[in-house]
Design a binder for this molecule. Structure first.
Ligand SMILES: Cc1cc2nc3c(=O)[nH]c(=O)nc-3n(C[C@H](O)[C@H](O)[C@H](O)COP(=O)(O)OP(=O)(O)OC[C@H]3O[C@@H](n4cnc5c(N)ncnc54)[C@H](O)[C@@H]3O)c2cc1C
Length: 309
């Protein structure tokens, strides 16, 4: 990257690093280097950064906690913006909690519980940040973010900020439709007053259930595929007999067929090739076109992989 841009970025953002391996920033533990990793300390510093990026025409990517990401081996060109600094968390009158986008989702779940507010229990055990959860409309059988989000605070690619109320938000299955380049700064959640012990019990039993059903001892990125209209992607992959299928250091989990685990030596190319194999075999045997739920970002080191059908 241009020396002038490097020194201007250093002057703009206190916490900025260069050539950062994304494998250290993602739960899959794969991914090549980001040219720049900027961690603005607050929305003001973020705004300055976004306006600079816009002025220079640099590409940027917003990073939550990297738990739903496959970063390719060639890394990410431009600026990765890590929003951890947006960490405000507070109860507001009327059963609302406001959370900054950088707050870990598990912390929000426990914060609601400690304040005897119910509604977020469904998110127990889902890793990631609040911003990532909102953008992905993260959820489970018991509920999803769209059920509890009252409003979001959004920065556009010009650095302007506005609040958008729930009625104007279009959530869908594992997605929230937002204008290109938008950054979620935080969200307000509408919850109800509940019984603390009952909330605690629910939270703990959902976390416990995950421990028995998910391969949490190996690097992964949660469910790889969205559930097709015909049923659970995990069940379909299992029925096709793909549990244990391997490509290099990547393997379809023996415990949960919709998880791919990294045995420690996987590259993004291994994972992507395995994703491709699973899609191809499921399509061949069942005529079902699986769609990845994980976000695949960055540059390929060398071209090989196709995602089809
Ligand atoms: C073990 C495990 C279990 C999981 N279980 C579930 C589950 O039950 N349900 C579920 O829905 N998901 C699950 N996931 C997936 C993942 O945890 C969620 O999708 C989570 O919400 C992603 O948050 P993140 O901060 O890690 O986002 P990242 O992975 O960092 O980013 C995901 C996407 O959101 C964008 N993004 C992130 N933050 C912002 C922001 N502030 N503004 C704009 N864009 C942003 C990124 O650019 C990217 O496109 C699981 C993952 C793991 C590893």
């Amino acid at each position: 990257m241009d020396e002038a841009i490097i020194s201007e970025l250093k002057a703009l953002v206190e916490n900025v690093e260069f050539d950062v391996p994304m494998k250290t920033k993602t739960s899959f533990r794969v991914g090549g280097p980001a040219d720049v990793l900027a961690m603005p300390k607050d929305a003001k510093e973020l705004g300055r950064l976004v306006r600079y990026i816009q002025e220079k025409g640099l590409p940027y990517f917003v990073l939550g906690r990297g738990t739903n990401l496959l970063v390719l081996d060639g890394g990410i060109k431009g600026v990765v913006i890590d929003i951890k600094g947006l960490n405000k968390l507070e109860v507001r009158d009327g059963g609302f909690i406001y959370s900054g986008a950088g707050v870990p989702l598990p912390k929000l779940v426990y914060f609601a519980m400690d304040n005897s507010l119910t509604g977020l229990e469904f998110a127990s055990g889902i890793p990631g940040s609040v911003g990532g959860a909102v953008v992905m409309n993260a959820g489970a059988a018991e509920g999803e973010m769209k059920d509890v989000v009252e409003s979001i605070t959004l920065m556009n690619e010009g650095g302007d900020v506005k609040e958008i109320m729930r009625d104007a938000l279009s959530f869908s299955y594992r997605d929230l439709s937002l204008p290109k380049g938008s950054i979620v700064l935080g969200a307000a959640f509408k919850l109800a007053v509940g019984e603390k012990e009952a909330i605690k019990e629910r939270v703990h039993s959902l976390i416990q259930a995950r421990k028995t059903k998910q391969p949490l001892d190996q690097p992964n990125a949660g469910c790889i595929f969205k559930n097709p209209p015909t049923g659970s992607a995990g069940r379909i992959i299992d029925e096709v007999g793909l549990k244990g299928l391997q490509f290099g250091g990547a393997k379809v989990s023996d415990l949960h067929a919709n998880f791919i685990v990294n045995n420690g030596s996987a590259t993004a190319k291994d994972i992507l090739s395995l994703v491709d194999d699973v899609m191809e075999k499921v399509y061949e045997k069942r005529g079902i076109a699986l769609e990845p739920e994980i976000k695949i970002v960055g540059e390929m080191e060398n071209k090989r992989v196709r995602i089809k059908p």
